[in-house]
Each structure stands twice: as C-alpha cells, then as structure tokens.
Design a protein around this ligand. Structure first.
Ligand SMILES: [Zn+2]
Length: 243
C-alpha cells in the first residue's frame, strides 16, 4: 500500500493504473451540476487509490478520461484542494496528497467515536415516521450489493458515503453528518479493489441491510456493535488486501 511517494512517482502528464472505465459517473448518484459530478467522481478515485499519492495529474489528462472539458475538472480539483485532498501545482496540474498509516488510523478512530453512538441513538429513536427514509436506505443497500458484485469501486464508494451519511442524518444533527462526510473523504481505501476481485467485498456489503433491520427492531446494542465491526473493516480486512 503506497503511503509515501518517491521522486519516481512525480511523473507529469502520465496517469498510472487508469483505464477508460476507471473514472465514471455512477448512474445512481446524480449531482446537480457537472462540477459536483466531476468532484465526486474524482473524490472516489482518490479514496480508492486509483489516483495515487504524490502523482501529478494534469487537468486535460483527467478531462479526457472523464469525457468532459478541462474547466469542470479544474473547478472540481480546486474544491478538492480546499479540502487538502490534492495540492495545485502552478501551470502543471494537481498532486494527490499522501496520507500516512497513522492518519488513517486516527480517521477511523474519529469515525468510530462519532458514528457508533449516533447510529445507536438512531436505533433507539426509530419510529414508523422514518420509514420513507429507511426505504431509500434499503434502495442504496441493494445498489451497494450490486456495485460490489460487479466490482464498480467508484460507484460503490459514492453509494457507501451516501448510505452512511443518510443513516447518521436520521439522528437529526447536520454538523455530525458534515463531519462524517469529511472524515470519509480524507480516508484512503486502497484495499477495496483487491477485496472486490477476491469476492470478499460482497460479505461486508450485506451488513448495510442488517443495519437497517437492527434500526427497525430498535436494537440499540445490536446496531452499535455492527457499526463498530463495519467501520473497522476499513483498517483490517480492507487495508490488508492493499496492493
Ligand atoms: Zn459501508
């Protein structure tokens, strides 16, 4: 798993490990503007490690890959630069920020401290008035399983963020939702592709539907435990399978 970069990685104008279908707009997650769609597709590419730390990517090269013009790519990359996910390099493009193992551990710890008690509170608060939102979550869980089965990693990551942010949102604190999204964007899940290829992603993906069932059963302790297990995959099985 690449955690630091060497001089060799600082290539310009080349985009390693990319193929045409790597950057795609998932049909299930539609954003309002092209800039936002491009930003979320690039974000998922960063999280999955398709865009590698230390490597310099030019806007025209990324534009070609996504089949859009360079302008929305530049705008989206500037948004991601504000979040420190990439650094703008004058007249050249954008370099992907490296994230250390220690930072990844800290990000997961922060997510556990925030999401586990919030999800437990959602299970405690569950009432039938939340059913419309839970139906939407079930739809997302089904789409996640389909994405895992077909190895669509970029789609998977976008849907997974949407699922967890929407679930936590049922608690009713928008600040928590924002922080959950931010922590998630800064994580790196380099092991995800290998896991998908080995057919192991489908197993942890089934936990999403189980989470909904536990909330409906008002099973506070059950949802607390499953959320902890689910989030811990990120630094255990997902990380170990890294390339
Ligand atoms: Zn998940």
């Amino acid at each position: 798993m690449p955690t630091a970069f060497s001089e060799d990685d600082l290539e310009f104008g080349t985009v390693p490990d990319f193929s045409e279908h790597d950057l795609q707009f998932p049909a299930k997650v539609r954003r309002s503007s092209l800039r936002e769609q491009v930003r979320e597709a690039l974000r998922a590419a960063l999280i999955s490690g398709r865009m590698r730390p230390g490597v310099l990517y030019s806007a025209p090269a990324l534009a070609e890959m996504l089949g859009v013009s360079a302008t929305p790519i530049r705008e989206a990359m500037l948004d991601l630069a504000k979040e420190d996910l990439v650094v703008a390099v004058r007249n050249k493009g954008f370099r992907v920020t490296a994230v250390s193992d220690r930072e990844l551990d800290e990000l997961v710890e922060a997510r556990l401290l925030l999401e586990v008690p919030t999800m437990a509170a959602v299970a405690e608060q569950y009432a039938p008035r939340m059913d419309a939102e839970l139906r939407r979550l079930r739809g997302l869980a089904r789409d996640l399983e389909a994405a895992a089965e077909s190895d669509e990693i970029v789609t998977y990551l976008q849907l997974d963020t949407e699922f967890h942010a929407s679930f936590v949102a049922l608690y009713g604190n928008t600040e928590i939702v924002k922080i959950v999204r931010q922590l998630r964007s800064r994580s790196r899940l380099y092991g995800l592709e290998a896991l998908a290829r080995a057919g192991q992603l489908v197993d942890s993906t089934r936990e999403h539907m189980q989470m909904i069932d536990l909330a409906v059963a008002n099973d506070r302790a059950g949802l607390e435990d499953l959320t902890r297990v689910h989030l811990s995959h990120v630094r255990t099985i997902w990380a170990q399978q890294g390339r």
